[in-house]
Design a protein around this ligand. Structure first.
Ligand code: ADP
Ligand code: MG
Length: 758
């Protein structure tokens, strides 16, 4: 179906009026799927058939393919080597690279460039500069120097730094991360060259998400190489992590969205009665994607393909109006950039379809929330052809490969066991708090799922059932058969926050709106420390007459024994697990502030500073930035909730009660003896009274919290306890009213309307 002209551009936000909810519904029924790629005309070939993706994939990036075409051979080889092995760019090739990038960009209609970076806001940041310059004769020209490519000083003093630098102090600057390809962002007619960059303070302090990620990758690589060398796997240049993030999100009609101040302000609904039908029929998951939604998703994918983001799957998720997209896995820092682009593109393209992409972790109470399942593994870059490209978390064919696999597994179990609190801190946010432990997402307790086959192997080794020589043990225990199992596809792993799925771990507890970087920084660090310890242990136990594999097996045995408490194969959503985890001594950190405090625990400080991932002040600043963000989110939510109650919910309830009262008065005046409106008005009156009482309690907590602004930890603790309780009480009354007040009078789009668009 073709779109009419009016649906081709986003419609202005409707002005809320008394009947604004009804007008949103009317608009919705007139919506048609937007015509394919109406905005940029690049999606159709001859005869109206879509162009194959491969024909335009990556046209807006300057990656390996473009480099080969545009750069002199030796320059492109040097650049590729720097990228492949995680080395810094050779300064003498920078001018040539800058020139080639400029020519490519200008030929694609680009006028401006920007260092594109990821401050600690969860989003990306950019400040555009024109290529326009003037030569000595004042003739206009396009200029882009090596230094402009490599470094920029955007000042950018208003980003969160957690006290690391005051706004009047040293400026922050950005530096190109050549491992991530530059790309062109199209926005209407404007095309801007984006240079993925890190953002650091004058003395090199990390102010962004990417810097610690690169540091943690280096630390992990160094420790993994040392272990591999000890095991006899030499010639490894780099061990890097791979990442395939599955992104969940909601798409709802923009007309509804515009009439929900809570969604607009805080990303989630702060009131809203549960609809009789939610997701219990299980009819949405993997169902057919509605045509209007499909048009939006396809257009987003199309834009992402141009940017070189390899999106490969799409499907309906469990909740109504919830969807998922996943790319093919890539090296983690590129996957981090690409996930940011995926989120931004979804938001942008959705508007063209009069839809709103909602990426909050829990936009609708009582309905499944959204996560970002981070599939993570370790891969090898080596001179040695046999090792190059090896996935270290894939069981191998020979006893040597299998013992290597088991040592890496042991390191991961060890790291996650020791630092489960820290890993929980890495996924702590106001949004994810509503999801973790809310019976539909992995709980706030971190544990590891290994699958039945591997569990059998691990338990046999832990019990010393194998054999003292590694080669016999591998055969006896059936490790050699593991590759055929690939994955344990039981439903159980779906409830685990951290599940082994055949050749990778799936960190399922990460929130949908979060940057991948921070949780992976912490995971990399926890694993790097454990790799180091296992390496030392193997080294210390080397004896004559023993092969390194035999010693490694003994070390793995101890590690499997010691980490038994972190492994859990059962249903993570059950109450029994909460009790069981307590017995095992695993932390259950339900609220964000208590989780964030783990960042400053002794073991966290120790591992992160020892590995050079954060300095002590940097770590403290991360804590402050995250805690402050939590407080800000909560305050925004509370202010928004009060406004909704005062200006929308209460007026509707009063109108309803008023019309009942006048109906009752008329009935009485007419001499009618049965006047049920009196009882109905009294019932409404009671709920209104309760709502006003709870509102007052909320006001008091708010005033108290705002009075404590010099102590963010104290503020956070008050808001997460008394604040959250007061919000819940207000919400309960508002939701009761929603189910009693006349539908004609109710001003807010209801869950059924937002989630089941017609
Ligand atoms: P499932 O749907 O069972 O979770 P998939 O095989 O569909 O698993 O993979 C989901 C995500 O995991 C995809 O983004 C995929 O590219 C990614 N993935 C696969 N192998 C790896 C790996 N070695 N490292 C990181 N991510 C991976
Ligand atoms: Mg998955």
């Amino acid at each position: 179906m073709l779109a009419d002209a009016s649906s081709l551009s986003p419609q202005p936000m409707p002005t809320p009026t008394h009947s604004s909810r009804k007008s949103a519904l009317r608009d919705l029924s007139a919506r048609v799927p937007r015509a394919r790629n109406a905005s940029n005309g690049t999606g159709e070939g001859h005869g109206g058939h879509p162009i194959p993706t491969s024909a335009y994939f990556g046209i807006n990036t300057f990656g390996a393919r473009q480099m080969r075409d545009k750069l002199p051979k030796e320059v492109s080889a040097k650049l590729a080597a720097a990228i492949r092995h995680g080395k810094k760019l050779d300064i003498d090739i920078a001018p040539v690279v800058a020139q080639a990038i400029k020519e490519w960009a200008v030929s694609r209609g680009v006028t401006h460039f920007t260092h594109w970076f990821q401050p600690q806001t969860g989003l990306t940041a950019e400040k555009h500069d024109a290529f326009l310059s003037f030569d000595d004769n004042q003739h206009p020209m396009e200029k882009f120097s090596a230094s402009q490519l490599i470094q920029s000083e955007p000042d950018a003093s208003s980003f969160p730094s957690g006290g690391l630098r005051a706004t009047w102090e040293a400026r922050g600057y950005t530096a190109w991360n050549p491992a991530s390809p530059v790309f062109i962002v199209e926005s209407g007619e404007t095309r801007t060259l984006c240079i993925p960059s890190v953002f650091i303070g004058y003395n090199g302090e990390a102010l962004d998400e990417m810097t610690p990620l690169l540091r943690s990758s280096d630390a992990l690589s160094a420790k993994a190489i040392a272990l591999l060398e000890l095991l006899g796997d030499t010639g490894v240049q780099r061990v890097f992590t791979t990442m395939g993030p599955e992104q969940e999100y909601f798409l709802i009609d923009r007309g509804h969205y515009a009439h929900r101040p809570d969604l607009v302000m805080s990303g989630r609904t702060l009131v809203g009665a549960p609809p009789p039908r939610g997701q219990q029929l299980e009819d949405h998951y993997f169902g057919g994607i509605p045509e209007r939604i499909q048009a939006c998703i396809s257009e987003a994918e199309h834009e992402l393909y141009k940017l070189g983001v390899p999106i490969i799957t799409r499907h309906n998720e469990v909740a109504p109006s919830q969807f998922e997209m996943a790319p093919l896995f890539e090296e983690t820092d590129i996957a981090v950039d690409h996930n940011q682009l995926a989120m931004a593109t979804l938001r942008k393209v959705a508007l063209r379809h009069n839809l709103q992409a909602v990426l909050h972790e829990k936009p609708f109470a009582g309905i499944n929330g959204s996560g970002k399942h981070c599939n993570w593994s370790l891969s090898v870059s080596a001179d040695n052809a046999e090792l190059d490209g090896t996935n270290l978390l894939k069981p191998g064919k020979t006893p040597h490969q299998n013992i290597r696999f088991l040592v890496f597994l042991a390191a991961i179990l060890k790291g996650v066991h020791r630092h489960s609190g820290l890993l929980r801190a890495g996924i702590a946010s106001s949004g994810n708090e509503h999801r973790l432990g809310a019976n539909e997402a992995p709980p706030a307790i971190i544990s590891v799922f290994m699958g039945s086959m591997l569990t059998r192997v691990i338990e046999s080794i832990a019990a010393g059932k194998g054999s003292t020589t590694a080669s016999q043990a591998m055969i006896k225990l059936g490790v050699a058969k593991l590759p055929e199992i690939e994955k344990d596809n039981t439903d159980r792993n779906r409830t685990s926050p951290f599940a082994f799925t055949g050749n990778k771990f799936e960190f399922r507890a990460v929130g949908s709106s979060a940057s991948i970087a921070f949780p992976i920084v912490l995971l990399n660090s926890a694993v790097a420390e454990a790799l180091d310890e296992l390496t030392e242990e193997i080294r210390a136990n080397m004896k004559r007459g023993k092969t390194v594999e035999d010693v490694a097996l003994a070390v793995v045995q101890r590690a499997f024994k010691e980490t038994a408490p972190i492994r859990f194969e059962g249903n993570n959503y059950s109450d029994e697990w909460v009790h069981e985890a307590k017995k095992r001594g695993l932390p259950n950190l339900r609220r964000t502030p208590e989780a964030l405090e783990q960042l400053l625990s002794k073991s966290s400080r120790n591992v992160l500073t020892k590995l050079g991932v954060f300095t002590k002040p940097e770590l403290e600043s991360r804590y402050h930035v995250r805690m402050e963000r939590y407080v800000k989110d909560m305050l925004i939510e509370i202010h928004t909730l009060r406004e909704i109650v005062d200006t929308l919910v209460l007026p509707a309830a009063f109108s309803h009660a008023g019309s009942l009262a006048s109906a009752a008065a008329h009935a009485v005046a007419a001499g009618i003896t049965s006047v049920p409106q009196i009882e109905a008005a009294n019932e409404i009156g009671k709920v209104i009274e309760s709502l006003r009482k709870n509102h007052k309690v909320l006001d008091e907590v708010l005033a108290k919290a705002e009075g404590m602004h010099d102590d963010v930890t104290k503020q956070a603790k008050l808001l997460t306890s008394a604040g959250a309780e007061a919000m819940a009480a207000v919400r309960a009354d508002a939701d009761t009213l929603e189910l009693k007040v006349s539908d004609e009078l109710w001003p807010l789009p209801k869950y059924r309307e937002m989630l089941f668009p017609v």
